[in-house]
Design a binder for this molecule. Structure first.
Ligand SMILES: NC(=O)c1ccc[n+]([C@@H]2O[C@H](COP(=O)([O-])OP(=O)(O)OC[C@H]3O[C@@H](n4cnc5c(N)ncnc54)[C@H](OP(=O)(O)O)[C@@H]3O)[C@@H](O)[C@H]2O)c1
Length: 333
């Protein structure tokens, strides 16, 4: 079968190649999926360029892509809730990465059924970004109806889902975006759209319950300026907190370095008696099914920036790297 493979650390143009590779086989708890659509995420190019080398090394050649929607072609011996022919979607496990391919294996508990109401492209837009939004806003921040949440980069892959998810919970949603995307965010239901090209968001919001920091850098520390006392800052791009460092099983030297890097954030959080968490999303079939229900019930609409053919996957990644995607970039197989 054909797959887009990472051949070495480097740039999208120099370190990716289409190769003929062996078909995956389903182990006891896995399904093999014929890929109909996949979607790309910043982690794909970040791993390729070596951003996480210190934490985990890639064994090249390795597949690329984590989101899939397709049709089950093989089920493992212990899999009873999927059968050959089922349309499914999944955020596959890191150990199985490689959805920009003809076929991919997925753990069955990371997989859920695709409803007929969603196309494969729409379904493939959900897993990684949707689970990130859900695990940040619901699992970690425990966002409630009536609470005020600031979501940075509302027009991005994660942000466009997070804004709609927060609205479905009944929260007041403020979001930052550029002038070109302001109208999109209003359509997605945001209560307050802050155009970062025209306004300083720090002057537009205060006393918020939750900040969802998708941008990192200064945005993480500045989040503590806009939350109320006892508020919550959940980041997906900021400094690693102690809980995550422990979950990742990092050694003492790396944990000490990370602690030093996060010291200003920890201080700012303590001053506000606030919570700070940096999360790494994880695959979860049950939560994925909950998200799919929100799409079926039209609480969340798929926001698709563009759809590239499989043969143009490298161009799709170059597009994502520019950082201007409006929603998700998809690949049709
Ligand atoms: N920790 C985790 O588990 C996890 C999971 C998913 C993603 N992430 C990370 O989260 C980040 C966002 O992911 P994504 O998939 O949403 O990325 P993305 O789709 O590439 O984000 C692009 C969007 O970001 C917006 N943006 C860029 N700079 C902005 C700024 N200063 N203010 C407001 N909006 C801005 C752009 O809007 P404009 O064009 O209007 O500027 C664009 O719509 C990435 O760094 C990714 O690696 C982490």
């Amino acid at each position: 079968m054909k797959a887009l493979m990472m051949t070495k650390y480097g740039s999208i143009s120099t370190s990716l190649a289409f190769q003929s590779v062996a078909m995956p086989k389903a182990s006891a708890n896995q399904v093999v999926i014929r890929v109909c659509a996949s979607s790309i995420n910043p982690i794909d190019y970040k791993i390729l360029r070596g951003d996480f080398k210190a934490l985990s090394k890639v064994q090249f050649p390795q597949g690329i892509g984590r989101d899939v929607s397709g049709v089950v072609v093989e089920v493992g011996k212990q899999v009873h809730h999927f059968k050959v022919g089922d349309a499914v979607l999944s955020r596959i496990d890191e150990s199985l990465v490689g959805t920009i391919a003809d076929y991919v294996a997925s753990e069955s508990h990371h997989t859920t059924l695709k409803p007929e109401q969603l196309t494969h492209e729409e379904a493939a837009s959900i897993p990684l970004a949707g689970l990130t939004a859900l695990q940040a806003l619901v699992t970690t921040a425990n966002l409630k109806a009536g609470e005020k949440v600031l979501i940075h980069a509302g027009s991005g892959g994660v942000g466009s889902i997070a804004v709609q998810l927060a609205k479905s919970i009944g929260a007041f949603v403020a979001t930052t975006t550029s002038t070109a995307n302001a109208e999109l965010l209003t359509k997605l239901g945001a209560d307050q759209v802050i155009d970062y090209k025209q306004e300083n968001y720090l002057e537009q919001v205060s006393d918020f319950d939750v900040v969802f920091d998708t941008l990192g850098g200064d945005y993480t520390l500045d989040a503590f300026k806009v939350i109320k006392k006892g508020g919550k800052v959940v980041s997906i791009s900021g400094e690693v907190d102690d809980i995550l460092a422990q979950d990742l099983g990092l050694n003492l030297i790396i944990r000490t370095i990370l602690k030093l890097k996060a010291r200003k954030i920890v201080k700012a959080a303590a001053k506000k008696q606030a919570m700070y968490r940096m999360i790494l999303m994880s695959p979860n079939g049950v939560q994925l099914a909950e998200l799919v229900d929100l799409y079926v019930n039209k609480k969340i609409k798929p926001v698709i920036d563009s759809v590239y053919p499989f043969t143009k996957s490298i161009e799709a990644l170059e597009h994502l790297l520019k950082g201007r995607a409006k929603g998700k970039i998809l690949i049709k197989h």
